[in-house]
Ligand binder design. Structure first.
Ligand code: EPZ
Length: 423
């Protein structure tokens, strides 16, 4: 297993280019299952474990893929198997994204129920509700979702989501594009991942109105075509890199980004005393002498994203005063807090609110990653902690950050990746 050994106290400064978005890559890779017409070329796909897991799932289904230099080519012409096995789904919950496309194209799909995850139950009831609205019959047995469509064709319907769900919106979209008739999706997630998926499906030949809004209207079509597509930047990796500069008293320019997608996050950095300048494709952040405590409530887009909540808590350990952080998306997404406190932070959890007392000097020690963004927050804390920190179970980090230690070392960090054995 790998750990990151971080020698703290060094400023993060300089220029870096953001990688492609993981959370956009996953649904657009799933969407390649919608057609056997041609071969997809997907550019700016990050080289991450989750991407590898998804391509393994596509291979299992019979698709052909190849990945080099951040370009993924996919042909789904020969997809035969319609079953997503537990061994792959348990590694990555986003495997549920194959449900909609397989059901839409083949009228049948069998997907293992995804496990839970470190920060609480991750239900999929809204995914299943959407498929049933479109005419699927769903049974759950022996840990599998078995979805079939009588007559083989989904029927357009009105899907009204009671809460905003990125994944369920994505699955509903990918099912509706090949359904008979019109589908409307109300309370659709507005995250950039969904907006980009709408653009991707439209480029494939789908008819979608309302892209970028919470009301989507899809005219089903008979067939779609493979396309060449350039994936968008990763907004969460970008926010994490900005936080690395802010927590170490440094300054950074991140290129290849759309600042519009980071508005709520940039506003909070400014409130915390950072200076932030943007161009159409970059963000420059300079950290202040003193960081100021800043409250955050994580909510669906365009609000402050839950995927930046753990990183923000790490940052606020260095801010003057008390910060209150609430996560309205995942109420228990606080596994990083006990580990941050082991580094010397003073963070209380009261119901679904974290109360961060700062500034608190952190001292390096060994800490355990529990999930992707929790491990990012531990790396941020290690960058500012005195002495050496070791972040264990870095496989969590590798799911969502492409060569993070290489990137941070190019900006002045001192991080080495080392093997270790866990007893
Ligand atoms: C996506 O997960 C992201 N993952 C998550 O990022 C992100 O935290 C989340 O959206 C919220 O922005 C990918 O895009 C691969 P949801 P998803 O459905 O789609 C509840 C990361 O760190 N819900 O928008 O699974 C759910 O419990 C990951 O990159 C239901 O109740 O999230 C949550 O409270 C972690 N029933 C809320 O909706 C359902 O059927 C939002 O979840 C589905 C969701």
């Amino acid at each position: 297993m790998d750990k990151l050994v971080i020698r703290g106290g060094r400023r993060i400064s300089g220029c870096i280019t953001a990688s492609g978005s993981k959370n956009t890559s996953l649904p657009i890779i799933a969407a390649t299952l919608l057609t056997g017409n041609g071969t997809f070329s997907l550019h700016n796909i990050p080289d991450l474990k989750d991407i590898l897991t998804f391509t393994q799932l596509l291979h299992h289904l019979g698709a052909e893929t190849s990945f080099s230099g951040n370009t993924l080519t996919v042909s789904s012409r020969n997809v035969k198997s319609l079953q997503a096995p537990y061994e792959l789904v348990k590694k990555m919950r986003a495997s549920i994204y194959v449900l909609g496309p397989l059901l839409a194209r083949f009228g049948h799909a069998r997907v293992s129920l995804p496990g839970g995850c470190a920060f609480g139950p991750r239900p999929i009831d809204l995914h299943l509700m959407a498929m049933e609205k479109l005419g699927a019959t769903i049974t759950i047995e022996t840990g599998f979702i078995d979805a079939t469509v009588k007559g083989g064709k989904l029927q357009g319907a009105h899907i009204d989501f009671p809460i905003s769900s990125v994944g369920a919106t994505g699955n509903a979209l990918m099912a509706a594009v090949l359904a008979e008739g019109t589908t409307t999706i109300s309370n659709a997630a507005m995250e950039p991942e969904i907006e980009t998926l709408c653009k991707f499906l439209t480029a494939m030949g789908a008819t979608i109105r309302g892209t970028g809004s919470t009301e989507l209207q899809i005219e089903g079509t008979d067939s779609l075509n493979a396309i060449e597509f350039h994936n968008v930047f990763d907004r969460i990796e970008t926010g994490t890199l900005l936080a690395a500069a802010a927590i170490t008293g440094g300054d950074i320019t991140v290129n290849g980004v759309d600042p519009e997608q980071l508005k709520a996050v940039l506003k909070k950095f400014i409130h915390a005393g950072c200076s932030v300048e943007t161009t159409v494709s970059s963000v420059t952040l300079k950290s202040p002498e003193k960081l100021l405590s800043t409250d955050v409530t994580a909510k669906p887009y365009p609000a402050f994203p839950t995927d930046m909540q753990a990183q923000w808590i790490a940052l606020m350990t260095q801010a003057e005063g008390i910060s209150h952080i609430i996560d309205k998306v995942y109420h228990e997404r606080f596994n990083h807090i006990p580990e941050l406190n082991r580094l010397g932070a003073h963070i209380d959890i009261r119901k679904n609110q974290a109360v961060v007392h700062g500034p608190q000097k952190l001292s390096g020690t060994t800490v355990m990653s529990t999930d992707l963004r929790a491990s990012a927050s531990l790396v941020l804390a290690g960058l500012v902690a005195e002495g050496t920190s070791e972040v264990l179970r870095v496989y969590h980090l590798d799911r969502g950050y492409e060569k993070i230690e290489t990137k941070l070392n190019s900006l002045g960090a001192d991080i080495t990746r080392e093997k270790y054995i866990e007893f």
